[in-house]
Design a protein around this ligand. Structure first.
Ligand code: FDA
Length: 458
């Protein structure tokens, strides 16, 4: 067993862990990052599949994501806008395909009025939520006791309005059935993006991409750390002791090959994976309890590459939505400078469960059939087809991120980021601003590093 000694050991080389490691280094502390996989980046993974560069994980950057924007600039990376010229497509309850521009779906005037009324109400509620402390709102317990679906259905009996409002935080973001998380969780998701209106505005939330792929962020952050990032090292055990009057706290992180002795640790992995680590002594009661109330959402990100972006010839932007379709949303995802055209579609929560019961061929057929409802029959003939399936990834176990079950947010959130002795935490799944996004991962990496720098000076 190789023995290392550092000021801080960081578990996980995703955006959060690598951000924290660079900050700690800059503050003069020594670090090592232990990563379970054979690559850095975690949920950021840009790969070539059958000759096409695909963003298997996270990819988009929105204008409010200042921490990510700063990191992208610091690393000298360039961004480009998602293609959005032309009409968007909406498929209604009876399968009717309608073109539209702007953010308002082409629904009946009555349904549009209902959507506008409830959106205005949601924007008011979201404005009252501090994304770092949603539990501090005076109605937090009440709003955490009702499901997102039940609250929406109490506002109107217009089913099409409910489905359209629900999917922005449901299928599209938390990627869980809308009855399985609370109104408060939904408001947090929107507050983390600034407002509910921002969240439903694809031109805002899915604004830019990074030339060459977003995984370059972790790759370049890791490059700065050199040999202090060690791959293929799942941390199995974390021994820890809290500071006492006579001794400062310490940790020993053990993989199958390395033991790192450090003053502090940062758990920079999805909280649903904490139980994969044996903590010695065990984590306190509160952590044991609260981590069981967080679970990963589940979405399949589908990539279909064509010899050309044929939908643009029909005046379509590639942006498509329908709460009635298997692919509830899809976009033009053509890489910068690529003459081929790429569409990306998403199949979420129970629909994802359903299609994973099918054979690979049947699943592909069903998904391409759904895309063809938006873009026409040419969509059924991609030259490259790939499904990002994060549910099978041992070191992630779902997508995009983790959220609390009904009632969990108001009950536990105040303690989610609290260190336990020398153990600090950082992950997009516990962010306020940038929640469930790379921006949140970076913000949490900065926060955890700052906490340790502060403690190491006292
Ligand atoms: P992350 O999970 O990335 O990193 C944790 C690391 O810890 C992993 O590398 C893992 O292997 C490692 N690890 C786990 N257990 C370990 C152990 N025991 N020992 C050692 N290492 C261990 N965001 C966005 O901003 N824009 C977008 O467009 C999208 N789209 C998107 C699509 C898809 C398909 C996914 C899956 C995700 C997104 N996201 C996104 C979300 C975004 O990718 C995500 O929030 C962040 O990348 C998470 O970064 P973290 O560093 O917090 O965790």
């Amino acid at each position: 067993m190789k023995e290392l000694t550092r000021d801080v050991v960081i578990v996980g080389a995703g955006a959060a862990g690598l951000t924290a490691a660079n900050d700690l280094r800059a503050a003069g502390l020594s670090v090592v990052v232990l990563e379970a996989r054979d690559r850095v980046g975690g949920r950021l993974w840009t790969d070539e599949i059958d000759g096409a560069m695909l963003e298997i994980g996270g990819q988009w950057v929105s204008p409010d994501q200042q921490a990510l924007i700063d990191t992208v600039a610091d690393l000298g990376l360039e961004t480009y806008a998602r293609y959005r010229d032309g009409d968007s497509v909406y498929v209604g309850p009876d399968g009717t395909v309608a073109r539209f521009t702007g953010e308002v779906f082409p629904v009946s005037a009555d349904t549009e009025r209902v959507i506008a009324r409830i959106t205005a109400r949601l924007d008011e509620m979201v404005a009252e939520i501090d994304p770092d402390r949603p539990e501090a709102h005076e109605k937090a317990a009440e709003w955490d006791a009702i499901s997102w679906d039940a609250w929406l259905r109490a506002q109107t009996d217009d089913d099409e309005a409910v489905r359209n409002l629900a999917f922005a935080t449901g299928s599209a973001m938390l990627t869980k059935p809308t009855h399985s998380f609370s109104l408060l969780q939904s408001l947090l998701m929107a507050a983390s993006a600034g407002s509910y209106s921002n969240l439903v505005d694809a031109d805002f939330i899915l604004d830019k991409r990074v030339v060459g792929g977003l995984q370059q962020v972790p790759l370049l952050l890791a490059e700065r750390l050199g040999d202090d990032v060690v791959l293929n090292q799942p941390v199995r055990t974390l021994e820890w002791s809290a500071a006492t009057a006579s001794a400062s706290g310490s940790v020993v992180a053990r993989t199958d090959e390395v033991a790192v002795h450090a003053r502090f640790a940062i758990l920079a992995l999805a909280p649903v994976l904490y139980p994969r680590i044996s903590f010695v002594p065990p984590l306190p009661r509160r952590q044991h309890q609260m981590h069981q109330h967080l679970s990963m959402g589940f979405v399949i990100k589908v990539h279909a590459v064509y010899d050309r972006p044929f939908w643009r010839e029909q005046g379509l932007s590639g942006t498509a939505f329908s709460p009635y379709e298997l692919c509830h949303e899809a976009y033009d995802n053509t890489n910068a400078g690529d003459p081929r055209g790429t569409l990306v579609g998403f199949v979420s929560d129970r629909s994802a469960d359903d299609v994973f019961r099918l054979s690979a061929e049947e699943r592909r057929e069903r998904i391409l059939e759904s895309l063809s409802h938006y873009y026409g029959p040419d969509a059924k003939e991609p030259i490259v087809y790939y499904e990002s399936d994060w549910g099978t990834e041992e070191w992630t176990r779902g997508a995009y991120a983790a959220s609390f079950d009904l009632g969990g947010l108001s009950r536990y959130n105040a303690d989610l980021r609290t260190p336990v002795g020398p153990i600090h935490v950082a992950c997009s799944d516990m962010a306020g601003a940038g929640y469930q996004h790379v921006d949140g991962a970076i913000r949490q990496g900065h926060r955890a590093a700052a906490e340790i720098v502060e403690r190491s000076r006292s």
